[in-house]
Ligand binder design. Structure first.
Ligand code: ADP
Length: 561
C-alpha cells in the first residue's frame, strides 16, 4: 500500500509529520514515522545502497539488487562486500584487504569516497564510485554505502590511459631515435623537449642531459653548418628528410637519416624528428660500390687477358703457317737463319703464355694460402747481383745500360731464392718495358742493419702520381686500352707485392712522369738454421734460371721481334 503512494502524498505526509513532531511534548520521541520515512528514502533511492555493519551487508535497496544483477534481496544479502568484487582491485590489492581499509577510513572520518570495481552476478566488472557514511548508533558501527556506476566514464578514461601507454611504449621502444624539439626561427632548432630511450642509449646522454641541449649540438662539427639550412627548409615546408652525422657523448659518429615534421603545440611550432641510424646501410652501400667496381675490374681483366692469350697464339699460328708454306715449296724460299728466327719467335710466344699461366696459378695459390716459400739462409747481395747480371745481355741489347751497386759485400738472411728471383725479374722486365733505348736501369742493395733495401730504378716513362697507389692492386694497369703500347696483364706487380710480403717485407714505388721510377723493396734480416744455399745443385739452378728469364722477359721479346 505504501508503495503506491505518489510524491505529492509523500511530501504532504512529511509536512504533517514535521508539524506533529514539533507539537509533541516529548520532542519527537515517536520515531515510527521517521523510521518508515528513512526506510522509504533508502528503499526507493535510485542509487544502489547497502547498509553495512561489522563489515557485513545487513540491508540493501532495490536499486542495489538490480545493480548487482540479482533477483531478490535475500540473494544479495548472503555475500560479504568483498565477495561482490573481483579478487584483486585494479591497483593490485586483494579486494578483501582493500575493503577493510576503506571501512576503517570511513570509521575514522565519518565518511569516505573512493573508486571500486564490483562484480555482478554474471561476473562482469562494474566500475563504481562508493560513498561510505558512518551512522554511530549506540556503539554500533553501522554505515551506508552508496554506489554509483561509473563504468562508462571509466571506459573512456581507461581507453585514454591505454592509448597513452601505447604511445609511450611506441615512443620509447621504437628502433629509431625520436626527438621533440622547439624551433627558434632563423636561429635554427630550439631546445629538445623530449627524447626517447633509444636516443639516450645510442647517444650516451641521460634524458636530463639531452633536455638541456639543442639538436645542433648533437651534430658533428662538419655537419653543424647544415643545421640552419635544414631547419629553414623544414619550417617552410613543414616536413623534411635529410641525412647528417651525429656525434655521441663518447665521440662515436653515427650516420643518420632524419624525417622531421613541424606541428603546432599550444600555439608554438615544434618539430618531431624520427632519426634512423643508417651506418650499416652506408657500409653496405660502400661495400656494394666496391664489389661493383671490383667486378668491373675483373671483367676488364678478362677482356685484357683474352687479348694477352690470343696475341701469342696468333703469332705462333702465323709462324707455323709460314713454316708449312716453306715445307710445301721446298727450301729455296727460306734459309736456315729464317727458320731459326721463326722457331725463336714461336718459343718466345710460348714463354709468354707460360708466364701468364704461371702468374695466374701463383696468384690463385697465394689467395688460397697454398703458395709455399722455401726460406733458407742465402747471401742476398750475391743473389740480387746474379739475377741482375743474368739479364744484362737482354737489357743492353735494347740499348739500355744496366748498373748494379751495393754498400755491402755480403748479407746472409732468410729468403726463398726462387721467389726473390721472380720478384727481381718482374721488376727488371717492367723497367725494361717502360724505358726507351738510351735509358738506364740501376739495381742497388743497401744495408740498414735490421733491414736490407733493394732498389730497382729506371729512367723510363714514369707513372702518373694518381696511379701510384693502384699499380700494386690486382688487374690494374696505368694504360688499360687494348691499343696500349706495352703488353701486360696487370697482375705482375700484385704478385710481386704478395711474394715480398711472404718474406715479411714491403715494396713501395716512387716515380716522376718522364723521369723514371724506383721500386723499393725492404726485407727484414732474419735467419733460418736448417737450410743453406749448398742444398741447391748449382747446375740445374742455372739451367732453370735461363728458362725463367725467358719466361719473365717474354713480354718484351714478343714486341721486339
Ligand atoms: P703488367 O703485367 O701489365 O706489366 P704490372 O702489374 O707488372 O702489370 O704493372 C702494372 C702497371 O704498372 C703497368 O701496366 C705499368 O703501367 C705500370 N708500371 C710498372 N712498372 C713500371 C715502370 N718501371 N715504369 C713505368 N710504369 C710501370
Amino acid at each position: 500500500m505504501e508503495n503506491k503512494m505518489n510524491i505529492k502524498d509523500m511530501y504532504q505526509k512529511v509536512g504533517n509529520l514535521n508539524e506533529e513532531i514539533q507539537n509533541q511534548e516529548d520532542g519527537g520521541k515517536d520515531t515510527n514515522i521517521h523510521n518508515w520515512l528513512y526506510k522509504m528514502a533508502f528503499e526507493k533511492s535510485p542509487d544502489a545502497m547497502l547498509m553495512l555493519e561489522d563489515h557485513r551487508i545487513i540491508d540493501c535497496n532495490e536499486s542495489a539488487v538490480r545493480y548487482f544483477g540479482y533477483d531478490t534481496k535475500r540473494e544479495l544479502l548472503k555475500y560479504m562486500p568483498y565477495e561482490l568484487s573481483p579478487v584483486i582491485q585494479p591497483d593490485g590489492k586483494p579486494s578483501m584487504v582493500k575493503a577493510l581499509e576503506m571501512i576503517i577510513q570511513a570509521e575514522k572520518n565519518g565518511n569516505h569516497r573512493f573508486e571500486w570495481v564490483h562484480k555482478n552476478k554474471m561476473g562482469q566488472s562494474i566500475f563504481t564510485e562508493v560513498v561510505l557514511t558512518l551512522f554511530p548508533i549506540e556503539n554500533r558501527s553501522v554505515m551506508s554505502a552508496s554506489l554509483r556506476d561509473i563504468t562508462e566514464n571509466n571506459k573512456a578514461r581507461l581507453a585514454l590511459v591505454a592509448s597513452e601507454q601505447k604511445y609511450k611504449q611506441l615512443f620509447h621502444n621504437a628502433n629509431d631515435m625520436i626527438f621533440l624539439h622547439a624551433t627558434n626561427g632563423d636561429k635554427g632548432p630550439g631546445k629538445i623537449i623530449e627524447a626517447n630511450d633509444i636516443a639516450c642509449m645510442k647517444l650516451g646522454y641521460s634524458r636530463e642531459e639531452l633536455l638541456k641541449m639543442t639538436p645542433r649540438e648533437l651534430n658533428t662539427e662538419n655537419m653543424k653548418k647544415f643545421v640552419s639550412r635544414n631547419t629553414e627548409k623544414l619550417l617552410k615546408e613543414r616536413y623534411a628528410t635529410f641525412e647528417t652525422v651525429l656525434e655521441a657523448k663518447e665521440g662515436d659518429k653515427i650516420s643518420v637519416e632524419i624525417n622531421a615534421h613541424v606541428f603546432n603545440m599550444q600555439g608554438k611550432d615544434v618539430v618531431l624528428s624520427v632519426v634512423r641510424d643508417i651506418t650499416e646501410r652506408k657500409e653496405t652501400m660502400k661495400l656494394l660500390g666496391e664489389t661493383i667496381a671490383y667486378d668491373k675490374l675483373k671483367t676488364e681483366f678478362f677482356a685484357n687477358i683474352s687479348h694477352e692469350l690470343r696475341t701469342p697464339l696468333n703469332v705462333m699460328f702465323g709462324t707455323l703457317q709460314l713454316l708449312e708454306l716453306y715445307l710445301q715449296k721446298g727450301n729455296e724460299t727460306m734459309n736456315t737463319r729464317d727458320i731459326e728466327r721463326h722457331v725463336k719467335r714461336m718459343k718466345q710466344n710460348g714463354y709468354r703464355l707460360l708466364r701468364l699461366v704461371n702468374n695466374l696459378i701463383d696468384i690463385t695459390k697465394i689467395d688460397s694460402g697454398y703458395y709455399e716459400v722455401n726460406l733458407q739462409s742465402d747471401d742476398i747481395v750475391r743473389l740480387v747481383e746474379n739475377i741482375t747480371l743474368s739479364v744484362a745481355e737482354y737489357v743492353e741489347s735494347k740499348g739500355i745500360s744496366l748498373e748494379f751497386d751495393t754498400d755491402i759485400e755480403e748479407k746472409v738472411l732468410a729468403c726463398d731464392p726462387d721467389t726473390l728471383e721472380r720478384v727481381m725479374l718482374n721488376l727488371l722486365a717492367n723497367a725494361m718495358k717502360f724505358t726507351n733505348p738510351g735509358g738506364m736501369i740501376k739495381v742497388n742493395v743497401h744495408d740498414k742493419a735490421e733491414h736490407i733495401v733493394i732498389t730497382v730504378s729506371d729512367t723510363g716513362i714514369g707513372i702518373p702520381k694518381e696511379k701510384l697507389n693502384s699499380i700494386f692492386e690486382r688487374f690494374r694497369q696505368v694504360d688499360k686500352s687494348l691499343t696500349r703500347s706495352h703488353e701486360g696483364s696487370g697482375i705482375g706487380l700484385s704478385l710481386v707485392r704478395s711474394l715480398v710480403e711472404l718474406h715479411g717485407g714491403t715494396i713501395t714505388v716512387e716515380s716522376v712522369v718522364g723521369k723514371g721510377s724506383s721500386f723499393i723493396i725492404t726485407l727484414p734480416v732474419k735467419s733460418v738454421k736448417d737450410k743453406t744455399q749448398e742444398d741447391h745443385p748449382i747446375g740445374t739452378e742455372k739451367q732453370s734460371k735461363i728458362e725463367r728469364i725467358h719466361v719473365e722477359f717474354s713480354d718484351i721479346y714478343s714486341i721486339n721481334i
